[in-house]
Design a protein around this ligand. Structure first.
Ligand code: OGA
Ligand code: NI
Length: 334
């Protein structure tokens, strides 16, 4: 796929029926901002209680928040950003050395399409990074030369950040930290690196169609400050204005089920900019309890979702039978 020439006609396979990004987006003045959670305050005994409450309310009402003062090694972040941009700037034939295979998940290519078969205005690289033994290095690019090392270090930082966040989420939920940590420990970690090129008719295309994330927790890093991510709240799309240096964190469907619906996994999508490209580094942390997706028994509540095996869950989540605005986990509700 060549996105390079802005004067080319937009191929039909990218053009959305309803005008792509053109559904109600709130105006500048009315836009609500995502809650901002401060890790430094979570770690400070004096401010912890108030900040845990803020974290909890962000996960219950928005399912999304920005995380500042996260403590992730800045050099590791910078390397990851630089190498991701360098990878996407390579000629197509270099990127295609790690091309996704038919029916496969990992690799470089166009990973997302709508049920109408239209392609998203993006190119993506997906690699599994944990557990260590499940790494398929054939899909890890060897260019730029430091990329594999950057991914490896960033993977470790993101797991550490996940465990820090989960401890405070457990405290908000009133369960032992170990219970929530155990659901994530040793499970899959997947990287989704996305490049959204500019498009001179942004209203005709979409970067990622509306979806809610299928894993436990998502940690998103914007490589530059181009806007694009929009989060659904109260029936409208709210553009996210990334704070410099912040992570954008969101609750995945499995965490919604683990918390018995207290935390929400919400729809989001990516709009395209007419002038500026956008690159994101997204890390998904998977979770389950003894191979099952189900509410944590330690919550001591009547489960509001029926338990389902992990592979059946993934089949259901990725099936294309769901209509617009439907989530697979809603079919598990009792
Ligand atoms: C995702 C996603 C948003 C972005 O990868 O699931 O929603 O801004 N990405 O790249
Ligand atoms: Ni997503």
């Amino acid at each position: 796929m060549a996105f390079a020439d802005p004067h080319l006609q937009i191929p039909d396979r990218y053009i959305r029926a309803a005008g792509g990004g053109g559904v109600v987006v709130v105006g500048d003045g009315e836009s609500l901002e995502l809650p901002v959670v401060d890790m430094a305050r979570l770690l400070d005994p004096e401010h912890r209680e108030a900040e845990v409450a803020l974290l909890g309310s962000a996960c219950r009402s928005w399912g999304f928040f920005q995380l500042i003062n996260h403590g992730v090694d800045e050099a590791v972040i910078q390397k990851m950003k630089d190498n991701t941009v360098q990878f996407f700037e390579l000629p197509l034939e270099d990127k295609n050395t790690v091309a996704v295979r038919p029916g496969g998940i990992e690799g470089f290519g166009h990973h997302f399409r709508s049920s109408a078969g239209k392609l998203d205005w993006a190119e993506n690289l997906i690699v599994e990074t944990q557990p260590f033994q499940q790494r398929n290095l054939e899909f890890w690019p060897s260019k730029p030369p430091t990329f594999r090392d950057s991914i490896d270090k960033y993977a470790m930082e993101m797991w550490n950040l996940t465990t820090r966040l989960l401890r405070f989420m457990a405290s908000d939920l009133g369960v032992e930290q170990e219970t929530l940590l155990a659901a994530f420990h040793g499970k899959r970690q997947t990287f989704g690196l996305h490049r959204y090129p500019p498009c001179r008719h942004p209203e005709k295309v979409i970067g990622i169609s509306p979806h809610s994330d299928g894993f436990g927790l998502t940690l998103l890093l914007q490589v530059n400050d181009t806007l694009g991510l929009q989060v659904s709240k109260d029936g409208r799309w709210h553009p996210v204005r990334p704070l410099p240096g912040a992570f954008i964190v969101n609750v995945g469907e499995i965490l919604e089920v683990l918390t018995n619906g207290r935390y929400k996994s919400v729809f989001h999508r990516v709009a395209i900019d007419a002038e500026r490209g956008r690159v994101t580094v997204v890390v998904f942390q998977d979770a389950c309890i003894n191979g099952l997706v189900k509410p944590l028994p330690e919550l001591g509540e009547t489960p509001r979702y029926r338990a389902i095996g992990k592979s059946e869950y993934f089949k259901g989540h990725t099936a294309e039978v769901l209509g617009q605005g439907e989530r697979f986990i809603d079919t598990l509700k009792k």
